[in-house]
Design a protein around this ligand. Structure first.
Ligand code: HEM
Length: 457
């Protein structure tokens, strides 16, 4: 895959390694400043394999240790990126998010997913093609548009709650997964009942469950003839067939004008052909399903360990619930980092970073920075209400700039409505008082025990 830069050592000189951490401003030096250092910022000298294992399995701890040792900008060497410069500095995050999209590519890094998302997926495109696709997709995801899904979400959550057992422990994570899948099916794709809806419900979850084992088949093509890889290919083919049928049926649906789901809005706008629609629907499913699932599971995991915050959230005030959602995504970010692959050399924080290197604003490190969020380990939604915490370049669970999560308003709204419904219709307690550990699951950071709870009423 062309996007994987071959691993090479960070060119850390002993002097650079001892250099003090750059101040939080991180502004690029002006003309009178000292020239930029050539090469990459220092970073751990562990072998690539060790760093790869650490960054995929223990990313929060590993990156925190690196930051303590090297400061807010350091280089790691790990697959699949090769050399990656990790950033915990709001001015540098701003520089990256507002930088030239021809220089800071995000789509390249996702191109491994093209076999399932399609070549025209907004996630795998860059520059002008990306911007055009994003513009076509944006209208149904605006803040005002997403509010129309309130009743749908409430209804789906109530139906799901009715299946939860009383008095015995269970994991919330799979329950949240069932909710967010149904929300995507109904609010995004617009299917509720019938044979095709049933078939989509069955096949879509396994289509978007993509870990390193499945990805291996896109690197070693021969694998797709065997076992789980063969089954996966069959699932994708079946999902594609069903989605194409659904799109064709929607075009001649006599109720098209009244329908409010995202797919119908895109069909009505008339700017996207059927194949692109398939690519984008698959993309929305992949990008929106597991992420929102995990955000919801963490929100409940945190709330159930903070009785006073739980009591206030139960009152159902929109602003407070919004702050709970924000604080959850701050203290337990679902995605640990944002990635951009440099297409040209860039000066960043006094370093001259060569083309081909990936720069990684670290969501986990930014959100755990005590200078930005005092007492960062504490779960305290009030910080977003009373202290005015978080700004475009410090609270970044949805990334930023032209690549900022397209579903951010949708996900925040869905989380708010789902939480309100769950808190009003059930009484839950955590199975154990201890906080659940953060565990890596593919590209997300999930509660290690799946957010175990007992339902009391
Ligand atoms: C809590 C839930 C979610 C989180 C934490 C999340 C996080 C992210 C992040 C970090 C990115 C990368 C941004 C960047 O590179 O700057 C992203 C991109 C994206 N997300 Fe989300 N996301 C969530 C929910 C959703 C939902 C519900 C949808 C749609 C239904 C969605 C659709 C997308 C799309 C299409 C992109 C690619 C945008 C582009 O490249 O222009 N996400 N998301």
């Amino acid at each position: 895959m062309s996007t994987i830069a071959p691993p090479a050592p960070a060119e850390a000189t002993p002097e650079a390694a001892r250099a003090p951490a750059r101040p939080q401003t991180g502004e690029s030096p002006g003309p009178a400043s000292a020239p930029a250092h050539l090469g990459l910022p220092p970073g751990p000298r562990l072998p690539v394999t060790a760093q790869t294992i650490l960054v995929w399995n223990r990313s929060v701890h590993f990156l925190k240790l690196c930051q303590l040792r090297y400061g807010p900008v350091f280089t790691i060497r790990a697959l699949p990126w090769g050399r990656a410069v990790v950033i915990n500095d709001s001015a540098l995050v701003k520089q990256i998010f507002t930088g030239d999209p021809a220089v800071y590519h995000a789509g390249d890094g996702n191109s491994l997913l093209a076999p399932v998302l399609g070549e025209r997926s907004v996630l795998v495109l860059d520059e002008d093609a990306h911007l055009q696709a994003r513009k076509r997709l944006l209208p149904p995801f605006h803040g005002d548009s997403v509010r129309r899904y309130g009743e749908v979400v409430e209804h789906i959550v109530s139906e799901e709650i009715a299946r939860w057992p009383l008095g015995e422990p269970f994991s919330l994570h799979p329950r949240m997964r069932a909710i967010t899948l149904e929300v995507i099916l109904q609010a995004v794709i617009g299917v509720t009942e019938g044979e095709r809806a049933r078939a989509l419900r069955e096949v879509l979850p396994s289509t978007v469950e993509i870990g390193p084992t499945i990805m291996a088949m896109w690197v070693y093509e021969g694998l797709e003839r065997f076992g789980r890889w063969r089954r996966y290919r069959q699932h994708v083919a079946e999902a594609n067939r069903l989605l194409r049928e659904e799109i064709a049926a929607r075009r001649c649906d006599e109720r098209l004008e009244q329908r409010e789901d995202v797919l119908s809005q895109l069909v009505r706008a008339g700017e996207t052909d059927d194949e692109e629609l398939r690519d984008q629907i698959m993309t929305l499913l992949l990008a929106g399903h597991e992420t929102t699932t995990t955000g919801l599971a963490w929100a409940l995991e945190r709330l159930l360990r903070h009785p006073e915050i739980l009591a206030r959230a139960r009152e159902g005030d929109d602003d407070y619930l919004d702050a709970v959602v924000k604080e959850t995504l701050r203290v337990r970010p679902v995605i640990p980092a944002v990635l951009r692959q440099l297409q040209a050399p860039v000066e960043l924080g006094g370093w001259q970073i060569p083309a081909g290197v990936t720069v990684m604003p670290s969501i986990s490190l930014m959100h755990a920075d005590a200078t930005l969020f005092p007492e960062p380990e504490r779960f305290r939604p009030e910080r977003f209400l009373e202290d005015g915490a978080g700004s475009t370049y410090t609270w970044i669970p949805f990334g930023g700039g032209r690549r900022r999560c397209l579903g951010a308003a949708f996900a925040s709204f869905e989380m708010r409505v789902a939480l309100r419904t769950i808190l009003q219709q059930t009484t839950l307690r955590a199975e154990r008082a201890r906080d659940e550990r953060v565990r890596s699951h593919h590209i997300t950071l999930v509660p290690a025990r799946g957010a175990r709870v007992v339902r009391e009423s």
